[in-house]
Design a protein around this ligand. Structure first.
Ligand code: ADP
Ligand code: MG
Length: 280
């Protein structure tokens, strides 16, 4: 019987890594579901045209469904686009579909092109009758305009790091981009969380990746690592998170522990964000 501390203010978290297949969507979906299961009010914004988070959260995609694309193009507010996740009653989803892939080009010449999601999300959170504890944005595998919009809408970046040989190389590039966003667009932004995904405890490489990330980012990387697990990879094909699909399995337990760690850091993280704000 675990109690999850609730954050004193909404935590806004972009899940980002320019590499594909490192576990961004899987982490977004399962951490969001774990937090919702323990009573947190959570919003997931799917910012990837692939819409994998949308599907994994059990949203059936329909032709005329409103999506993130409508939100950033200003056709509808988040209130009018969000859908309830059928598995967890405190979890809402802003779904994405392939039309979002056109947005990068269409929006490229707008003067406020970086702030489109930020404007919509700020308006939504100020006017929503429901208080959200967490907002997660699942980013596409790029560093383009959609990711920039996500990073301008949040205070925190959560970086999934796949336990593999080239993991650290890509990380440097990502952190450099984040520092550019901090300098030019969003001074409040911090990298609050890293999590090692697809960890295989039998391999030395997995251990080494974890140790190296821990050495460089001791306060950022979660103690919990996410094991490579068939149940984790198979859950989305049943339109589910592993939290609902295999609630007692190792994958589910790992994501629940990761979610608990994230929740337990809330005070420290919110304080760090405030400090950046004041220092400005
Ligand atoms: P990204 O969003 O970064 O592109 P995904 O979350 O979609 O990455 O994961 C890429 C692939 O790896 C997916 O097929 C997913 O099901 C699988 N996967 C992710 N995490 C795990 C894990 N811990 N164990 C096994 N497969 C995983
Ligand atoms: Mg993804």
């Amino acid at each position: 019987n675990i109690t999850f501390p609730k954050p004193s203010a909404t935590r806004l978290i972009a899940v980002a890594n320019q590499k594909g297949g490192v576990g961004k969507t899987t982490t977004t979906v399962n951490v969001a579901c774990a937090l919702a299961e323990y009573g947190a009010q959570v919003l997931v914004i799917d910012m990837d045209p692939q819409g994998n988070a949308t599907t994994a959260l059990g949203i059936v995609r329909e032709q005329d469904m409103r999506t993130t694309y409508d939100v950033i193009e200003g056709r509808y507010g988040i209130e009018e686009v969000k859908l309830p996740c059928k598995y967890f009653k405190t979890l809402d989803v802003v779904p994405a579909s392939i039309d979002l892939s056109g947005a990068e080009l269409e929006l490229a010449n707008l003067p406020d092109r970086n702030q489109l999601l930020n404007n919509a999300l700020s308006y939504f959170l100020e006017n929503s009758k429901v208080h959200y504890d967490y907002v997660f944005i699942d980013c596409p595998p790029s560093l383009g305009l959609l990711v920039l919009n996500a990073m301008c809408s949040v205070n925190e970046v959560l970086i999934p790091v796949q336990a593999e040989y080239y993991a650290l190389e890509g990380l440097q590039q990502l952190l450099h981009t984040i520092s550019l966003v901090q300098e030019n667009y969003n001074h409040n932004l911090i990298v609050s969380t890293m999590v090692i995904t697809m960890f295989d405890k039998r391999t030395l490489l997995s251990q080494e990746v974890y140790e190296e990330v821990k050495q460089h980012y001791p306060k950022i990387v979660l103690k919990t690592t996410i094991p490579r697990s068939v149940k984790i990879s198979e859950a989305p094909s049943f339109a589910q998170s592993v939290i609902s699909y295999d609630s007692r399995g190792a994958g589910s337990i790992a994501y629940s522990e990761a979610a608990l760690e994230i929740a337990e850091r809330s005070q420290r993280v919110l304080k760090a964000i405030d400090k950046r704000h004041v220092d400005r």
